[in-house]
Design a protein around this ligand. Sequence first.
Ligand code: GLN
Length: 191
Amino acid sequence: MRIGVLALQGDFIEHIQILRALGVEAVEVRLPAQLRDLAGVILPGGESTTFGKLAVEYGLIEPLREFGKTGKPMWGTCAGMIFLAKEVGRAQPVLGLMDVKVKRNAFGRQVESFEVDLDVPVLGAEPFHAIFIRAPLIESVGEGVRVLARLDDGAIVAAQQGNLLATAFHPELTRDTRWHRYFIAQVKPVA
Ligand code: GLN
């Protein structure tokens, strides 16, 4: 099983390191041809406007859309979640695959970054220590989108729609590999 990580900008190396530590072949994706033979794709954290700009330049928007539409697993973390979303509240190139409305930089300047222990039932009883960095949140979800985690105030910070997974925070910056294992299980369901 080979998983690609979009490597235009952002913290793609952290994702690749975790995947490799879990015994998965992980490759950097910068060009459309590199999507061939991939079982899944991760869109990392970074700056979603930069992803959009570079993805347009490299001709990656349509190939990535097609990849997601074929039902292969795609997971966006933070900026990657914005890039995956249908609605982002402003004009910037995105894949527009996942039926969620996101709000960028949702937590304001004063609290740009914070960490919190999240309840994530699909990962088990143990809370997940989530790192939010100038994070977005999910304002609303369409039908068929399952909410996987919320903050105490009810804000949605993780969701899944079939093959599409989104987290507003950065599991790639922690040692807890449960989100990566959850994603890998989507790629190759354990019998
Ligand atoms: N604020 C960034 C954006 O809007 C996301 C930040 C991140 O990925 N840590 O794209």
